[in-house]
Structure formats: C-alpha cells, structure tokens
Ligand binder design. Structure first.
Ligand SMILES: Cc1cc2nc3c(=O)[nH]c(=O)nc-3n(C[C@H](O)[C@H](O)[C@H](O)COP(=O)(O)O)c2cc1C
Length: 212
C-alpha cells in the first residue's frame, strides 16, 4: 500500500511540475520617476545602438506598466487607451533567457518559451540581436466585439501604436534607448508563440540602457 501511495504522489508531483507556470511578479510602478512629459518628448528619438547589459527588474516592471499597465483598478483600464475599450493588446518580452507574456491584470510576466529567440525578433536587422529587451506588440482581434476585418486591422494597429509610444516615451523620460520596428521574422515568431489566427503581430520595440 505504501508503495502505491509513494508512486501516486510521485506521479502527482511530476504532473504538477510540468504544469507549473514560471511566473515573475513585477514591482509596483514608480509613478514619480522620470522627466516631465514635455522634456521626455523633447528628447525622444529612435536609438541606433543598444547596450547589451540586462535590464533590471525594476525598469522592466515600469516599462511594462507604462506600456499598458492598469492605472484604474475599478474597470481595469490601462495606461494606453484601446478602441471601444477592447483591451486587445498582448505584449511579449524577448530576452536572452526566454520569451514572456505580460499580464496587465496581475502585473506579472509568464514564461512562454525558454531560450534566446532574439534573432527571430531582430529579423533582417541582425545587428540588434544582442539588445537585452524586445517588446513585441500583438493585437488580438477576437477582443473586438464588432467591426469587419479591415476595421479590426486598423483599430488593432492604432491600439498597438499607442502602446509602442508609451514604451518609447517612458524610455526617453528615464534616459533609456528605444526603437520601434516592424522588422521581425513574422512566420518564425507566430510558430514559436503558437499565436492564434486572430492575433496580429504589429511591431516590436527594442529597449536597452543608453550605450556609453
Ligand atoms: C511603424 C514604424 C515602423 C518602424 N520600423 C522600423 C524598422 O523596421 N526598423 C528600424 O530600424 N526602424 C524602424 N522604425 C523607426 C523609424 O525608422 C524612425 O522612427 C524614423 O527614422 C524617425 O526617427 P526618430 O524616431 O528618431 O524620429 C519604425 C518606426 C515606426 C513608427
């Protein structure tokens, strides 16, 4: 009997392990940091060079919150508006260790794919493949309650652009380097992340500390 119980608990443990999600709890946002908006706008530019050092968790937390975090708990409204409050934008973070999915609701990162997939997100611009963080912005058209395909594409692209600009302005306000890009290996990434047909890859934003 003891052996059966041992075997059963081992199987249960292995089952739980393989289903355990690797989730990183992010820091609450520091809403007092950074330059005033007008100074951040005055300094905004798309960086041409990126420092390869890893970005610390505090900055990743603030970058993601600035991008599309919840700023009004009541209705889970975000820092970026979205067409008809559809909240269609998903943000994936590519680092040298893994690809993560940001949850605005929980302010967490969930590991989706292990390994370094920065070459796929760099696409033909392989000179950027050592940058520490790529924020991939995806619109999930199934979140739109109405609208034809063309309208959903337009709304998704606008919603994604707002999120990208939030990242760029946050980077500018704290003296980090950022560049929004449409370049990436679309097919490889769609396959890697097992995206649904309703998920449209829009653009990615590279972020690093300023190269000295
Ligand atoms: C929608 C969009 C797509 C872009 N795609 C790329 C890209 O694929 N590769 C790249 O190096 N830069 C890309 N950029 C950056 C632009 O080249 C850059 O914003 C432009 O040269 C103006 O420079 P600035 O942002 O410093 O004002 C993109 C920018 C936008 C808004």
């Amino acid at each position: 009997m003891k052996q059966i119980i041992f075997l059963f608990s081992t199987i249960l443990f292995l089952f739980m392990e393989t289903n355990a999600k690797n989730i990183i709890k992010l820091n609450p946002p520091d809403t007092s940091r950074g330059l005033p908006l007008m100074s951040a706008l005055a300094q905004r530019s798309s960086a041409k060079e990126f420092d390869s050092s890893e970005i610390d968790i505090k900055d990743i937390s603030d970058l993601l919150w600035a991008a599309n975090g919840i700023n009004r708990q009541k209705d889970e409204n975000r820092t970026a508006s979205s067409a008809a409050n559809s909240q269609d934008i998903n943000i994936y973070l590519f680092t040298k260790n893994a690809v993560f999915l940001y949850s605005s609701t929980n302010h967490t990162l969930e590991e989706k794919v292990k390994g370094d997939h920065r070459l796929a997100i760099s696409g033909s611009q392989t000179e950027f493949a050592n940058a520490p963080a790529f924020f991939l912005i995806v619109s999930d058209h199934s979140k739109f309650k109405y609208g034809d395909e063309t309208q959903r594409h337009t709304w998704g692209a606008i919603d994604g652009g707002l999120v990208a600009q939030n990242i760029c302005l946050f980077a500018s306000s704290v003296g980090m380097a950022a560049r929004p890009r449409i370049t990436m290996d679309y097919n490889k990434i769609r396959e890697l992340l097992k995206l649904k047909d309703s998920q449209q890859m829009l653009l990615n934003v590279i972020v690093s500390y300023k190269k000295q």
